[in-house]
Ligand binder design. Structure first.
Ligand SMILES: Nc1ncnc2c1ncn2[C@@H]1O[C@H](COP(=O)(O)OP(=O)(O)OP(=O)(O)O)[C@@H](O)[C@H]1O
Ligand SMILES: [Mg+2]
Length: 240
């Protein structure tokens, strides 16, 4: 197995709303490896988004810890976490979250501006990524001029431009029709197999989840089943 990139130890997140307590993530131990494509599935409310947000440092754990690339994030301040997230993690969301007044190219360039990368370097990296994924035609269009699938492609480029340790995607096909969703899943698959991008993909859709090499099944804030080496199964395994 390749190098460990994310290690979660006894990870929990408890929300208290009024008189009720929700253990959204409840004592999870899980490790993600470099170049691994992992899906997270489970019923609504099982804690998928919370787990992804904890790994993405968007939520602070109630207990337990997260170690990314050997760095224990437990003692990080909010500012350190923001810097860490910006430099090391990429996010793709269900509703794309593109900035409406900026072109495709400017949206993808944004993380590099926040990172203080010089203009010339930014231009060449952004041009390169649009070229690599053959979507140069989207560079100068504004989000409102793009289809949903095109928006999601631009959002994926934006998530990748910093070469993140892990690409975190929460229901990235949730707002797409079936065919467009397939093309976006094809892109994730291609990123993983050709570029070696490490991916954690949350989805409701078991067929979509099966595009990954590993599926984590969540139930009541816990991982109930960790299904590994999926595409190493010999042909015809399901037919017996
Ligand atoms: N900010 C919050 N405040 C209070 N409760 C929350 C908060 N975020 C999540 N929860 C609760 O934690 C539990 C897990 O939620 P989470 O969003 O992680 O589930 P999910 O598996 O992503 O569900 P879905 O498939 O519907 O997106 C749910 O009971 C939810 O209501
Ligand atoms: Mg969710």
């Amino acid at each position: 197995m390749t190098e460990e990139i994310v290690v979660c130890e006894n990870l929990s997140k408890r929300f208290i709303v009024g008189d009720s307590v929700v253990n959204a993530v409840n004592g999870v131990d899980v490790t993600f490896h470099r170049e691994e494509f992992t899906s997270v599935v489970g019923p609504s409310g099982s804690g998928k988004t919370t787990l992804l947000n904890l790994i993405g440092t968007l939520e602070i754990p109630t207990t337990g810890k997260i170690i990314i690339n050997g760095i224990d994030l437990s003692q990080f301040s909010t500012k350190d976490l923001t810097d860490f997230r910006r430099k090391n993690l990429g996010f793709v969301f269900q509703f794309f979250n593109l900035v409406e007044g900026l072109t495709g190219k400017e949206n993808v360039e944004l993380p590099l501006i926040f990172d203080g990368i010089p203009y010339e370097v930014r231009q060449s990296r952004v041009n390169e990524i649009f070229k690599e994924f053959e979507i140069e035609n989207l560079q100068n269009k504004f989000p409102e001029e793009l289809s949903s699938g095109e928006r999601q492609r631009v959002a994926i480029m934006r998530a990748l431009i910093n070469e993140p340790i892990l690409l975190l995607a929460d229901e990235p096909t949730g707002n797409l029709d079936t065919n467009t969703g397939q093309t976006v899943l094809d892109l994730f698959k291609q990123l993983n197999s050709e570029r070696g991008t490490s991916i954690a993909l949350v989805t409701h859709d078991l067929a979509a989840a099966k595009r990954a090499k590993r599926i984590l099944h969540m139930h009541d804030g816990k991982i109930s089943f960790d299904q590994k080496n999926l595409d190493e199964e010999p042909e015809g395994m399901d037919e017996k």
